[in-house]
Design a protein around this ligand. Structure first.
Ligand code: NAD
Length: 429
C-alpha cells in the first residue's frame, strides 16, 4: 500500500518505518525542514534502539522517503496517518491545533478516496471534528473515511512494540475503511479490535490512565510500607503474581513522566469533566505522582541536611531508560528543586544530556557516572539505566565526598548498600 505519515516524531517515524519494513511504500512528512533534511541524510532526530538501521535499510531499498511536501504525501497515498503532537495546554486540555491544521491541509490535497487515520492520542470526539474539518476544506468531490487507530508503543522499545503490539485498535464506522485497515495490519500477528471511532479514542486515554493509576497505586502502597517498615518490592511481587493484577507497572519510584502519561491523564480528566463526569480518581493519581518527587527531596534533606553549598550528583535524566526524551522527566523537577535550595548539580545520562541542556540551566554534565559521583555529597538515581546497576560501587564510594545514595528507582539492594558503608535511601523499603 502507499502510506503517508504526517508528523515524523517518535510515533510517526517509528510507524512509518515499520510499515516500510513490512513492504509498504511510505512517505513521512514533517513541517520541520531540518528534521526532514537530517532523515534524508540518514541522521536520526531521536534516539530509539534499532531505529537507525531500519530507517537506513528501508530508505536504501526505496520504500521509505521523507518530505515536507503535504501535496505529494496526500496525493500519492491511499492511507494518511496523522501523527503530530497533541501537547497539553495550560489548562490541561489537549492542544489539537496541529491536528486541525493537518486535517485542513489533507483536505486541500485529496484527489481520490482516502482513509485519514488519527494515530495521535486525542480526546474522544476528535474524530468528528476531523471529519467536519475535512468536509469544510475539501476542494474536489471525493470520498474519505476517518479512522481512529491509537498507538501503544513505548519509547525505548518502540520498534519492538510497534512490530509486536498486544492488540491493534481500529475505530471506524466505514466497512470500506475497516477492510483496508485489516489488510494493512494482517501480518502483525496481533488481535485487531474494531470499534466505533469514539470507543477507540477512549481506549487509548483509558489505557494510559489505568497504567498511570497502577504506578500511583504502588507508590501509595510504598508510602505505607515506609511507615510500617515493610518492603514494597516484596509487596509488589506478592500482588503482581496474581494474574488478575500482573507484575508490570507495579514499580515504586519517582512516578511516571514522559510525553504521554502526564498529558493524557490530564486530557482524559478534562474531557470527562467537559462531558459531565469529574473522574476524581484521576486527580488522585496525579497528586500521588507529584508527591513522589517532593518525597525524594525530603529524603535528600534528611540525609545531608543543608543543601546550600552541597554538590548533588544526578544519575539519569531521561524520563525512563533507553530513551533520550526529557519531556516531563522527574529529574527536571528534582534538579530545579535542589538548585532552588542552593545545591550545585552534576549529572550524567547515557543518552539524554543533549536534550537536557535545552531544559536545564547550570548543570555540570559528566562523561560517566563516576564523574557525577566525584566530590558529590549525595548521589541520586533518577532513571534506572542498566549502566547504573552495573557501576563499580566501591569506586563510587571512594570518589564521593560523602557516600550517600538516594535511589529514586530502587535499583540496589538496601542490605548490600548498607554493608558497603553507604547511607542508602530508596522508595517504600
Ligand atoms: P513528537 O513531538 O515527537 O512529533 C510530532 C511531530 O509532528 C513533530 O516532528 C512536528 O514537527 C510534527 N508536526 C507538527 N505539526 C505538523 C504539521 N502541521 N505538519 C507536519 N508535521 C507536523 O510527538 P510524538 O511523541 O511522536 O507524539 C505524537 C502523537 O502520538 C501524540 O499525540 C502522542 O500523544 C501520541 N503518542 C506518543 C507516544 C510516545 O511514546 N511518544 C506513544 C503513543 C502515542
Amino acid at each position: 500500500m502507499n502510506i503517508c505519515i504526517v508528523g515524523t516524531g517518535y510515533v510517526g517515524l517509528v510507524t512509518g518505518t515499520i510499515f516500510a519494513h513490512k513492504g509498504h511504500t511510505v512517505i513521512c512528512i514533517d513541517k520541520e525542514e531540518d528534521k526532514i533534511q537530517m532523515l534524508k541524510e540518514g541522521i536520526m532526530p531521536i534516539y530509539e534502539p534499532g531505529l537507525e538501521e531500519m530507517v537506513k535499510s528501508n530508505a536504501a531499498e526505496g520504500r521509505l522517503r521523507f518530505s515536507t511536501d503535504m501535496a505529494e504525501g496526500v496525493k500519492s497515498s491511499q492511507i494518511i496517518f496523522i501523527a503530530v503532537g497533541t501537547p497539553p495546554r495550560a489548562d490541561g486540555r489537549a492542544d489539537l491545533s496541529y491536528i486541525e491544521q493537518v486535517a485542513r491541509q489533507i483536505a486541500r490535497h485529496m484527489n481520490e478516496y482516502k482513509i485519514v487515520v488519527e494515530k495521535s492520542t486525542v480526546p474522544v470526539q476528535t474524530g468528528e471534528k476531523v471529519q467536519m474539518t475535512i468536509e469544510r476544506n475539501i476542494k474536489e468531490a471525493v470520498e474519505f473515511d476517518v479512522v481512529s487507530n491509537p498507538e501503544f508503543l513505548k519509547e525505548g522499545s518502540a520498534i519492538e512494540d510497534a512490530l509486536n503490539p498486544d492488540r491493534i485498535v481500529v475505530g471506524t464506522s466505514s466497512e470500506r475503511a475497516r477492510k483496508v485497515m485489516e489488510e494493512l495490519y494482517k501480518d502483525f500477528n496481533a488481535p485487531i479490535i474494531t470499534t466505533d471511532v469514539k470507543s477507540a479514542e477512549i481506549i487509548k486515554h483509558a489505557a494510559n490512565s489505568f497504567l498511570a493509576l497502577k504506578i500511583s497505586y504502588i507508590n501509595a502502597v510504598a508510602n505505607v510500607c515506609e511507615l510500617a517498615g515493610a518492603n514494597v518490592m516484596e509487596v509488589a511481587k506478592g500482588m503482581g503474581l496474581d494474574r488478575r493484577i500482573g507484575r508490570r507497572f507495579l514499580y515504586a519510584g519517582l512516578g511516571y513522566g514522559g510525553s504521554c502519561f502526564p498529558k493524557d491523564i490530564d486530557a482524559f480528566a478534562r474531557i470527562s469533566q467537559e462531558l459531565g463526569y469529574e473522574f476524581p480518581m484521576l486527580r488522585q493519581v496525579q497528586q500521588i505522582n507529584r508527591e513522589q518527587r517532593t518525597k525524594l527531596i525530603k529524603k535528600i534533606e534528611e540525609e545531608i541536611w543543608i543543601l546550600k553549598g552541597k554538590t548533588i550528583g544526578i544519575l539519569g535524566l531521561a524520563f525512563k531508560p533507553n530513551t533520550d526524551d526529557m519531556r516531563e522527566a522527574p529529574a527536571i523537577t528534582i534538579i530545579e528543586e535542589l538548585q532552588k535550595r542552593g545545591a550545585a548539580i552534576k549529572a550524567y545520562d547515557p543518552k539524554a544530556m543533549n536534550n537536557a541542556k535545552s531544559v536545564l540551566d547550570k548543570v555540570e554534565y559528566c562523561q560517566d557516572p563516576y564523574g557525577a559521583a566525584k566530590d558529590a555529597d549525595c548521589l541520586v538515581i533518577a532513571t534506572e539505566w542498566n549502566e547504573f546497576k552495573e557501576m563499580d560501587l566501591t569506586k563510587i564510594k571512594q570518589l564521593m565526598n560523602h557516600p550517600t545514595i538516594v535511589d529514586g528507582r530502587n535499583i540496589f539492594d538496601p542490605k548490600k548498600m548498607i554493608e558497603m558503608g553507604f547511607n542508602y535511601r530508596s522508595v517504600g523499603r
